[in-house]
Design a protein around this ligand. Structure first.
Ligand code: FES
Length: 258
């Protein structure tokens, strides 16, 4: 799949929660080929040198939707763009989720702003979806996931909406009643580690999407290395670039605790 540098128009802009923006951009270009779990690398503004990696949330009608939280200078400048402005984007980048297989009972698990790359996954595999947030005010995309999931379970840390507790509590409850054959997860690292551990214990196919700090986004600067099992006989582990070999990895291959 070919990545390209495109200048493309913002068709819609919305603040969907405090400091969380949704952009829908024209993808009648190279971005049309984007896959669930891939990301785009966006030039945020003239004052920001490094591009920011942003996950692809949804593709529809030659449009691409992405959401991001304003966290620093780059995303603040990005959020200042308005409908009709053009964005300078390199993409699509990275390796996405394996959604081109048939799964009987897949489960999609997302936490916080890590839920965004999972909407396109849910559209393609029709899963049971578990979404975790710190509190009610941070919930986004609930209705979107409901449209494409068999069931949606929302958890909040403080119990202000949905079930009080962790996404892993809900996952274990599902596993006590059903045979799950795939898990797709993205979110904070402690959540990814906990879900990965459960998936490995139950021998369930699991893919994790990692959010590492990135600079170049194309495997050239070495700043996004993650430890993985080595494919080389006699070598226990090696390091792969999250931006190029990921951001999605097989849970069995990536070594998050070791
Ligand atoms: Fe430069 Fe991954 S961001 S190698």
């Amino acid at each position: 799949m070919k990545k390209e540098l495109v200048k493309t128009k913002i068709l819609q802009k919305r603040e969907v929660a405090p400091n969380i923006f949704e952009f829908i951009i024209d993808a009648d270009n190279a971005l049309r080929e984007s896959k669930a779990g891939q990301f785009i690398h966006i030039k945020c503004g003239d004052g920001v040198y490094l591009r920011r990696p942003i996950s692809i949330c949804e593709l529809f009608e030659n449009k691409l939707r992405f959401l991001f939280e304003v966290k620093g200078e780059g995303t603040r400048e990005l959020a200042e763009n308005e409908q009709g402005d053009f964005l300078d984007i390199l993409g699509p980048l990275g390796i996405g989720f394996t959604t081109n297989k048939t799964y009987q009972t897949p489960v999609v698990i997302g936490g916080g702003i890590g839920i965004y790359p999972l909407l396109q996954v849910a559209k393609e595999v029709n899963p049971i979806t578990i979404l975790g947030f710190r509190n009610k005010s941070l919930i986004t995309l609930e209705d979107d996931f409901k449209k494409v999931s068999k069931d949606v379970i929302i958890t909040t840390d403080d119990g202000s909406y949905g079930r009080k507790g962790l996404v892993t509590d809900s996952l274990c409850e599902i596993l006590s009643k059903k045979t799950v054959d795939a898990i797709f997860v993205c979110g904070p690292m402690p959540m990814i580690k906990a879900v990965r551990k459960i998936a490995l214990e139950h021998n369930i196919f699991c893919e994790v999407s990692l959010e590492e700090r990135m600079a170049c986004g194309i495997g050239a600067c070495l700043c996004c290395a993650t430890k993985v099992k080595s494919p080389v006989v006699g070598e226990d582990y090696t390091y792969f670039h999250v931006c190029k070999a990921g951001p999605v990895f097989d849970a069995k291959e990536v070594m998050l605790d070791e």
